[in-house]
Structures are given as C-alpha cells and as structure tokens.
Design a protein around this ligand. Structure first.
Ligand SMILES: Cc1cc2nc3c(=O)[nH]c(=O)nc-3n(C[C@H](O)[C@H](O)[C@H](O)COP(=O)(O)OP(=O)(O)OC[C@H]3O[C@@H](n4cnc5c(N)ncnc54)[C@H](O)[C@@H]3O)c2cc1C
Length: 487
C-alpha cells in the first residue's frame, strides 16, 4: 500500500508494517498472525476497550459483569487459530458447565445435550438411535472436520471424506432432517441449534448449523470464559503485546487517509463500513458488489441481574449454561419465519445463558445474571423485553420476581456498541448458502480487495460469524502470501 498523508492527531504511532482497524477476535488474531511473522503491527479500535463482540461490561449493577455480545464459546475452543495461542498464559480459563445445552419443553420436559453422545441419546428415548446416527460421524471426525469447515475452500479439499459425509446431510434444511425424529425433544433440540443461523429452518444448509454446534457440544463442550468473555479479548491482546504489537483504543477510523503509512491495512469491518472508509479508492465494480452484500435479522438483547438462580420447572435445566427457549420445531420455525418476514413473534426463540451458576466471579455473592436475546427484523425498534421474559417465565414460573435490574439493547443499541452490527445483525451479514460461498464476494481469495495492500478480515469473510478468529487468520495468511516481508 502506498504511503498516505497522516491526518490524524492521535497518539504518535511508531513505524508499522500493518494497520488493523477493529479489535474484534478476527482483528486481534490477524494482528497476532502478522506479528508472529515478524511484522510490526498496530490495531486501531473505536471503542474504549478492545475485543469487539467479546467485550464484557457492568451493564446492570456495579460489580455485576455481563457479556455484552458473545457468551458461550464452542467455536473458540475448537478454533485452530485460538487453539494454537498461549491464551491460558494470559489469563483465559474456560469454564465448562455440567451439561452444554438444555432445551426445555412444556409440561416440565427437557432435552439435554450432554458431552457424551450416548447420554444424550439415552435422554432422547425413542429418538436416541436416530440422534446417534446423525451426530456420531461428526463427532468421530473430530478436529479433521471442524478444521476443514473453518478453513478456506481448497481444491481438492483437505478432508474430502469427512466433508462429504457432513455435507450430504448438512446441506439440507433443518426442518427436513428433523423429520427423522418422532419426539418434540429431539426435533426441538435440532431446531434450536439450527436457529443460530438466523435463517428460515426450511432453508438449505440449516441442518449443517445444527450438526456443527451440536457436534461441538460433544467434541469440546460449550464453555464460557471465567470472569467474562472480555478475558478472551484481554488474553489475545496479551499475546499480541508479547509479540511487540499494540492496540490503540478510542480511535474510530473514518477514512484510509487517516492511517499511518504501512504495507498492509486489514479491516475487521463489514462491507458497509468498508465502503464508507475506502469506497472512494475501490474499483467501482468491486464497490458495487460490496454494496449488494446482504445483512440479516437483528437481535434484541436483555441482560438481567437476579436475586437467585432461575427457578426452572425442570431442575435439570440448571445443569446447563446455555438454554434454548422455544420448545418445538414448529414453534421455533414459525418464530424465525416471522422475523424474516419483518414481523415480531409473540413467542420468540430465546437464547439464554446463566453464567453465574457456574462462574461466581461475575457477580457479588447471592446475585445471578441472565444473558438473553431473540432475533428481530433488521433495524427493529420494538422492545421485546416482555416477550422474552414471558418465554422464560413459561419454563421457570416465578423467575420475574427475582429480577433486580434490567438492561436492554435493540438493534440501534447494538450498532452503537459496535458499528459492525449493522441493523443489529450479529453475524456480519446473512449466512445463507450464497453468502457462505461469496463472503463478501465470490472468489478463492475473498480476504484480498482489488486495492493493493487492503484486506478484509471480519466475520463478513469466510468462515463467517462466531468467536474463532479464523477470518483474521486467513486474511493475515493472505497478506503473508502476497506480500512476504522480504519484498
Ligand atoms: C448478542 C450477541 C451474542 C453473540 N453470541 C455469541 C456466542 O455466544 N458465541 C460466539 O462464538 N459468537 C457470538 N456472537 C458473535 C461474535 O461476537 C461475532 O461473530 C464476533 O465478535 C465477530 O468478530 P469480528 O472480529 O469479525 O468483529 P467484531 O467482534 O464485531 O469486532 C469489530 C471491531 O471493530 C470495531 N470497529 C468498528 N468500526 C470501526 C472503525 N470505524 N474504526 C475502528 N474500529 C472500528 C468495533 O468497535 C469492534 O471492536 C454474538 C454476537 C452478539 C452481538
């Protein structure tokens, strides 16, 4: 990248080889990957603390820590990028609940996703054998498969047999795969897992989400970071600083012209912001393609401080840190379809985490937290607090009486917290089959832009959303391949 005029007035930056804009997990992993290769790097972050989607804050009461965005990290634990880093040396400790996931149903019933496939199958009764048949091949393939799914498309693929076996079922709609089951427990469990996609459960590839997230529950568990997700960010920053890199917070970049001279600039941003910052320099055809990139539904987030743990009707629900609330496949499917049609479901599908049951470090003694969100149309301004709480109360009567303090964030609040959440979309863009292949544009090297030295490294590039840092790692490797330091 050609040297640019430095117009900014922020702290003086020493000479750098690469500038990263945005300190989400992808930005930080990109910086670490380059620093490990001997590059001098600096990360500019708009917020006052690093971490993007992994930040934690005292949202309700002093001393009560809430994860503002990401809360549960199967992808973090399985990610080849994060597995390779000495994050534990910098304070990151994964806390595993007794059970990765609980899925309550009416009448006090529950489906539990245990670490063990066998125990899960036993709990699913009549559907136990069908569940084993669906998930066991995934679990047996272990990291070969998950590493393959998180890696760039290569020809030929690295683990063709595992990928083909996964792909044959994973490409299907979750609603079709759920027809293999006869119980509400098993089909509801699949629906909840698939609904993380924020797609219609009748859409192609939604079964793949269910298999991936369910399979990871067995393979690595669904852990949380002790003390809050912020410690993921803080440990990444620790690794980066050991390598000589640095993060400058409170620095919102509005144009490439503001950046100090460097060989490469990596944007941990989504296409809309990329256009705002660099659009005037990008070739028109590429800019138009970025302009056609699609964003998905938003989220409405509710954080609660509670006077006790949630009083679930079925006490087994308390064994899990993550709870999927929406009961049956038809109910969850209808709720997600409502959102995609621009409506607000009366009974939304709610994703809930009860951290303090497993991690006392997050709140003073006696105080508990609930982290919950539901999907809403992109840009929605409807307050979903009552609907989310009514769904929780349905499976935990008396829960509302425990609420001491509330904090809510709709799409506008999410976007104010992190500009990458355009209209409240937490995935960095729709993650359907089309935008899985063309993310953000079609090509074997989607991290590189046509502008020399400018790269994208956010969740709007493969493999997409989640705290795994793999978008950042791929982008940095693309930089190293195209611009070796010896040049
Ligand atoms: C409510 C919610 C729940 C979630 N739950 C989970 C979960 O449980 N598990 C999971 O794995 N994932 C979860 N996610 C998704 C996860 O947080 C994201 O996929 C992930 O953080 C994406 O990482 P990133 O590095 O691409 O971008 P981000 O983490 O979004 O980071 C981008 C950074 O860029 C900064 N930035 C933006 N514009 C500028 C600018 N102009 N100048 C400087 N800096 C800028 C932002 O402030 C931000 O720090 C959740 C997200 C949300 C919102």
């Amino acid at each position: 990248m050609k040297p640019q005029t430095v117009r900014w007035t922020l702290p003086p930056t020493p000479d750098v080889d690469a500038v990263i804009v945005g300190s989400g997990p992808n930005g930080l992993v990109a910086a670490i990957t380059l620093a490990s290769a001997g590059w001098r790097v600096v990360v500019f972050e708009a917020a006052s603390r690093p971490g993007g989607g992994t930040r934690s804050m005292e949202l309700t009461l002093p001393g009560v820590v809430h994860d503002v965005c990401s809360a549960i990290h199967p992808l973090g634990l399985a990610s080849p990028a994060l597995r390779a880093l000495p994050l534990a040396d910098h304070g990151l400790e994964w806390v595993h609940p007794d059970v990765p996931l609980a899925h309550p149903l009416d009448g006090g019933r529950v489906a539990l996703l245990h670490r063990s496939v066998a125990a899960t199958a036993v709990g699913l009764g009549a559907d136990g054998a069908a569940y084993r048949k669906l998930i066991e091949p995934f679990v047996r393939s272990g990291f070969d498969l998950t590493d393959g799914l998180l890696s760039p498309l290569s020809v030929p693929p690295k683990h063709p047999i595992e990928l083909a076996r996964y792909g044959i079922t994973g490409i299907q709609p979750a609603s079709r795969v759920a027809r293999r089951f006869t119980t509400d427990e098993a089909s509801g469990l699949i629906a909840g897992l698939a609904a993380h996609s924020m797609l219609s459960l009748g859409s192609l590839s939604t079964a793949g989400y269910a298999m991936m997230l369910g399979g990871l529950g067995h393979l690595v568990g669904w852990p949380m970071a002790r003390g809050g997700s912020q410690s993921i960010a803080d440990s990444l920053v620790g690794v980066l600083e050991d390598l000589g890199g640095s993060v400058v917070c409170g620095t919102r970049v509005t144009s490439l012209d503001e950046l100090p001279p460097s060989r490469a600039v990596l944007l941990d941003l989504t296409p809309r912001q990329v256009l705002a910052i660099a659009g005037d320099r990008l070739p028109g055809r590429y800019a138009r393609r970025l302009g056609r990139y699609r964003y998905g539904p938003g989220v409405f987030k509710l954080d609660l401080a509670l006077a006790g743990p949630i009083p679930w009707t079925n006490t087994d629900v308390r064994r899990a840190a993550t709870v999927h609330i929406g009961a049956t496949m038809p109910e969850i499917s209808a709720a997600e379809d409502d959102v995609l049609r621009g409506r607000h479901p009366e009974r939304p599908f709610v994703l809930l985490a009860q951290h303090t049951v497993f991690d006392a470090a997050r709140a003073p003694s006696g105080v508990h937290t609930a982290w919950a969100y539901c999907h809403v149309p992109n840009g929605s301004s409807v307050d979903m607090t009552d609907r989310i709480e009514t769904q929780i109360e349905r499976f935990a009567p008396g829960f509302r009486d425990l609420v001491i303090a509330r904090h809510t964030m709709g799409p506008a609040g999410m976007e104010a917290h992190n500009a990458n959440y355009v209209g409240g979309d937490i995935n960095g863009g729709v993650a359907d089959l089309r935008q899985f292949v063309a993310r953000p544009t079609l090509g074997l090297h989607p991290w590189a832009t046509p502008l020399d030295g400018l790269y994208l490294c956010s969740s709007s590039t493969p493999p997409g959303g989640g705290v795994h840092g793999m978008c950042g790692r791929h982008a940095a490797r693309e930089v190293l391949r195209r611009q070796p330091l010896s040049d």
